[in-house]
Ligand binder design. Structure first.
Ligand code: PEP
Ligand code: MG
Length: 556
């Protein structure tokens, strides 16, 4: 029978498919003794789990082919290493349960590998993966990490970290459902980047069973478990209508009376560029460079490697603008070589520009890579710093850019209320502002953007947030600079009109949202957008602000 759950819809569209759950980190199996008569059974279970994992790895290797096959087959051999198995059996015979025996036997093997020269030490992560697979099987919990599936599925997770999502195969993921997260969490951002429907902050996500069929409506936030045929048909028809509404939208972003508002794309690297070009993005308004840094937890990528990735993005927009944000590490995007591990409150600690000021060599390398990537290209390169708090921060960043000999406009992201309140002072050091409304909401409302329970504060229609947007846009206009929005607020078509009315000069969003925002802007004049903005700011809550803007724009 159909049941309905309600979360927060963060990426439009409808996905219907089977649930595949993201496994959580494998727990350390409990210590404790087993009765002697259970030893034989536990030994059999251990052997069975090892054989099943090895067979699975070999099958997946055969399907993957190439380098991946070699890695997976090497893992299968690790699983079946006779000495390792003998160690497991010895431990079981000594009264240890199978899962714990595997865990401990792998730990001593791991130590050997870690100390045995660079090549073998590099295999430790593969060994850990094999151990986790065997232990998960023995404990009856899902495998940690992304599900193994060759059929498309709806991914259900507690939350998704950028490191997990970097490995996603977009051709297999029909949509996302997460228990945690809000409209600005990275799972929501990723879903919009991939153009797949997503619902976050769904308290009952834990009850969605592996293999159950669900229908996800990323607009309303409804998740139908075991959906009836009529429900599926109704959702599919509404989705088709929505797509048809934007099918004809093309060209530069503009209001009905021709006021130009460039529509730019948010990208995480070269692989996002094709979708941006296809959506008609007029450039890139936010290049989140930290995704390039997630591959290796120990080191920053070399100048050459960075330059190569930057160049691929820059070359895609010969006549456009590309705004590159320098590395934004820390808090929800920790990097082992940069982020202190012992901060009591990482979101309020050393993150963003603060990390780079503490590690100037990393910023220098990144700026040098950007200068090198832009050589000989006609693209308008702009660089900006995340988490600028005040004029001193802006000055430090501008100086670093000058010292690197970068020929690019230099800007500051407004993500901390202090930067919005003192935007005029920040603009004495940099040429443009870009509003990161995700973090700006987080810091304005003291509401962690990753915590589902406070997701209502991440609603970018909050009048307090709109006030800070207006302050920044006014400061930029008076000082002759520009002020864009690159947070998720820009991806909401109605809010995009309000932001334009508040004086924002460009809007940057996940590529999949561009056609919707373009179509909405084209319906209204600048004066209508300004009236809608004033009505929204006069409201006392996000809901009232949304309703007030809608009433103005629909002429009611
Ligand atoms: C923001 O905070 O609004 C932003 C654009 O940066 P990120 O989401 O990457 O923190
Ligand atoms: Mg941010």
């Amino acid at each position: 029978m159909e049941t309905t759950l309600r979360g927060v819809g963060v990426s439009h569209g409808v996905a219907i498919g089977e649930v595949r759950r993201m496994g959580t980190a494998v727990l350390e199996p409990p210590t404790g003794r087993i009765p002697a008569q259970d030893a034989e059974r536990e030994r059999g279970r251990a052997r069975q789990a090892v054989d099943a994992v090895a067979a699975d790895l070999t099958t997946r290797g055969g399907l993957a082919g190439g380098d991946a096959q070699a890695v997976l087959e090497a893992q299968a051999m690790m699983a079946q290493d006779p000495e390792l198995m003998a160690d497991v059996e010895r431990r079981v015979a000594g009264g240890v349960a199978a899962a714990r025996a595997v865990y401990d036997a792998f730990a001593s093997y791991r130590e050997l590998l870690a100390g045995a020269g660079e090549y073998l030490a590099g295999r430790v992560a593969d060994l850990d993966d094999v151990r986790d697979r065997i232990v998960a099987r023995l404990m009856g919990v899902p495998m940690p990490g992304l599900p193994d599936s060759d059929k498309p599925y709806v991914l259900v997770a507690r939350d998704l970290a950028p490191a997990d999502t970097a490995l996603l195969d977009p051709s297999l993921v029909l949509g996302f459902v997460t228990e945690e997260g809000g409209p600005t969490s990275h799972s929501a951002i990723l879903a919009r980047a991939l153009g797949v429907p997503a619902v976050v902050a769904l308290p009952d996500a834990a009850t969605l069973a592996e293999g159950a069929v669900i229908a996800v409506d990323g607009g309303t936030g409804d998740v139908f478990v075991d959906p009836a045929e009529e429900t599926k048909e109704r959702l599919a028809a509404a989705d088709a209508e929505r797509r048809a509404a934007v099918a004809g939208s093309a060209g530069p972003g503009s209001t009905a009376d021709g006021y130009l508002v460039p529509l730019l794309a948010n990208v995480g690297g070269p692989t996002d560029v094709a979708a941006a070009v296809e959506a008609g993005a007029e450039g890139v308004g936010l290049f989140r460079t930290e995704f390039l840094f997630l591959d290796d937890s120990e080191h920053a990528p070399s100048e050459e490697k960075q330059a190569e990735a930057y160049r691929q993005v820059l070359e895609a927009f010969p006549e456009g603008r590309v705004v590159v944000r320098v590395l934004d590490a820390g808090a929800d995007k920790p990097l082992a070589f940069l982020t202190p591990g012992d901060e009591p409150n990482p979101a309020l600690g050393v993150r963003g520009l603060r990390s780079l000021i503490g590690h100037p060599e990393i910023l220098r390398t990144q700026l040098a890579a950007l200068a090198r990537a832009a050589e000989g290209l006609s693209v308008r390169l702009e660089v900006m710093a995340p988490m600028v708090a005040d004029r001193a921060d802006a000055r430090a960043f501008a100086q670093a850019c000058r010292a690197a000999g970068l020929r690019a406009k230099v800007g500051a992201m407004v993500e901390i209320p202090s930067a919005a309140l003192r935007a005029r002072s920040v603009l004495r050091e940099v040429e443009f502002l870009s509003l990161g409304t995700n973090d700006l909401a987080q810091y304005t409302f003291a509401a962690d953007r990753q915590v589902g329970a406070v997701s209502r504060f991440q609603d970018p229609w909050q009048p307090a947030l709109l006030d800070l947007v207006a302050l920044s846009a006014e400061a930029a206009r008076d000082g002759g600079g520009s002020c864009g929005v690159c947070g998720e607020a820009a991806a909401d078509p109605l809010l995009a009109c309000v932001l334009t009315g508040l004086g924002v000069t460009s809007l940057s969003m996940g590529s999949a949202s561009i056609p919707y925002v373009r179509a909405a802007l084209a319906r209204y004049t600048l004066a209508q957008c300004e009236r809608a903005a004033a009505a929204a700011r006069a409201a006392d809550s996000a809901e009232e602000a949304r309703a007030a803007a809608r009433a103005v724009l629909s002429g009611k």
